[in-house]
Design a binder for this molecule. Structure first.
Ligand SMILES: [Fe+2]
Length: 135
């Protein structure tokens, strides 16, 4: 069972970023599956590590593109990435310290953040890319 089903509304129009977003959605769905099966303890730590690594690469990829394209809203975008980076790092630290029961709040945070970010923030660079191609 999936928590997030990929829809066309999530597409930025830039295939490379859409593919990376699908991988992030897949990680969230895996966490959801693990929670449903009562396997939170087994997967949470490794999934968080994976998420920290993957978002680091993905955000760097987006930011590098925005810099290259001289995207005007880059600072606001970077700010959102940074706040996510620090939240996820804090959570990772807590899990490594043995704090329990973080799976559900983490899942909710990830879903809300990612869907907001893709549809509200990433969508803007998609629009920018389309407009700059036109003219
Ligand atoms: Fe982004």
């Amino acid at each position: 069972m999936e928590l997030i089903k990929w829809r066309s509304a999530y597409e930025t129009g830039l295939g490379m970023f859409d593919e990376e977003h699908k991988i992030l959605v897949g990680m969230i769905n895996r966490l959801y599956g693990a929670l449903r099966e009562g396997k939170e303890d087994q997967v949470l730590r490794s999934l968080l590590e994976e998420l920290v690594g993957y978002t680091r690469d993905h955000f760097a990829h987006e930011e590098e593109w925005m810099e290259r394209k001289q995207y005007p809203d880059i600072e606001q975008h970077r700010f959102e990435h940074n706040s996510f980076r620090s939240t996820i790092k804090d959570l990772n630290r807590m899990v490594n310290q043995g704090v329990e029961g973080l799976g559900r709040p983490l899942l909710q945070m990830l879903r809300d953040w990612l869907l907001h970010h893709i549809q509200e923030v990433d969508a803007k660079y998609g629009q920018f890319a389309r407009e700059s191609e036109l003219g």
